[in-house]
Design a protein around this ligand. Sequence first.
Ligand code: GLP
Length: 241
Amino acid sequence: MNLEIFDTYEILSYNVAEQIISAIIKKPEALICLAAGDTPKRSYEMLVQELKARKIDYGKVHFIGLDEWIGISPENPGSCQFFLRQTLLSPLEINAENIHLFNAMAEDIHKECEKMDNIIEQLGGIDLIVVGIGMNGHIGFNEPGVSWNKNSHIANLDEVTQKVGQKYFSTQTQLTQGITIGLKQLLNAKTALLLANGLKKASIIKKALEEEMTENIPASIFQKHANGLVFLDRESSSGLS
Ligand code: GLP
């Protein structure tokens, strides 16, 4: 694991965008898995701007959405899909066949996991996965206690996740389950990038990176990722010794 600390959220975001751009330049048909959420928002805005300004050919890149709230429609602005489309996929005019998002409204939700696992396998594995960290140490919807040996799966959401998740929705919304890429797929990714910013993440970042690795803090898996990168802003790193 490689740790980098940047002075501000803006500089952190710029460096995240550059990582994604490097992955695309290195492999124009890269498979990139992206988290939604507040943390990567500015990175994606910068990514869109830079890809266009530098006329980088991103037409062959395949994008996967990391996770989704089960039962929340893609038209709901609080859904991960809405966020990814609005922030990145639509401004970049990515072809539908290069976009792979969980359908959280599917009747057979387990089939969605199978479909995603097959796509990842057929496309030769994830080249770059960009994730945030939840206040309880989750990654995507890999909730505390999850096995590190899981591919895509359905998760019952931890209380903290249900509560914190309200911030994405304009009205009180029932959030009970999520569908997510698994930690096995994160471990197998050629590069995994964990981001955090802000003081509120300082304590969970310390636990994830400095305490013993444990399935109770899913993000602590980064301690053993051979090609794991952790990018923090100064504030979220402030608890580290
Ligand atoms: C959310 C999502 C994750 C996200 C994490 C952190 O609940 N399921 O994919 O990375 O929690 O979110 P944020 O960046 O908004 O703090």
